[in-house]
Design a protein around this ligand. Structure first.
Ligand SMILES: [Zn+2]
Length: 224
């Protein structure tokens, strides 16, 4: 991670940086918004890339953490408490876990799971896109937000029953007509995986357009 900037130093004189999990005030030079003890306690998923039978369109899935305790608190703050600046810390943690599992297959693009424009305006940012940008820097790969679009506003998957989740996303995503993705290899980024319907739906429509290989990566996976 980059050293903290002068502006960040000045901000921190007024608002000391806190751990995104336990809110302990961090040392002035800390580059990540997490204390050592909370970082150590995160529940690492520890599987590397794997194939999940329920995600037939995903060739390999990587989850850094179990969606529980500290990372759940952090992701909640990142998504719902207007803290886009946590993307560097969370993206850094994800990259660190990823780097434990050796060499990745080559990807042409990193593509975040898109958010409907109305929702993005409400929130101010798409958290998956911010994480994708961190990964893009870490892996030195191009991030494309013009390939996949969310064209229909849907209810949050997390608030639905399992059966409703499948139907909720029908026709909700589309691939832009003017992009060429045939034969490409894509790393799809989402924040949290629950049933995987979202990431699998996105992968399906990309493969329908001729994408050759799709891996999925999420910060955390929720046990069903
Ligand atoms: Zn802490």
């Amino acid at each position: 991670m980059k050293p903290i900037s002068l502006i960040e130093r000045i901000i921190r004189l007024l608002y000391p940086a806190k751990c995104m999990v336990c809110e302990t005030i961090l040392k002035e030079e800390s580059t990540a918004f997490i204390c050592e003890s909370c970082k150590k306690d995160l529940k690492r998923y520890g599987r590397g890339f794997f194939r999940a039978a329920e995600l037939p369109y995903i060739d390999g899935l990587f989850a850094a953490f179990n969606y529980i305790d500290g990372i759940e608190t952090a992701i909640h703050a990142f998504k719902f408490k207007n803290q886009p600046r946590l993307s560097e810390t969370i993206g850094g943690l994800l990259s660190e876990e990823l780097s434990k599992y050796g060499v990745l297959p080559g990807f042409d693009y990193i593509v975040p799971v898109p958010m409907h424009p109305r929702k993005k305006r409400q929130r101010g940012y798409n958290q998956s896109e911010l994480i994708a940008r961190q990964l893009g820097e870490f892996l030195n790969m191009e991030v494309r937000t013009d390939i996949l679009k969310k064209t229909r506003y849907t209810r949050p998957q997390s608030k639905l029953k399992r059966n409703d989740r499948l139907h909720n996303l029908e026709g909700a995503f589309s691939v832009s007509p003017d992009v060429f993705v045939e034969g490409k290899r894509i790393l799809l980024v989402d924040d949290v995986l629950t049933t995987g319907t979202t990431i699998n739906t996105c992968a399906k429509i990309l493969k329908d357009k001729g994408v050759n290989m799709i891996y999925g990566i999420v910060i955390a996976i929720a046990e069903k």
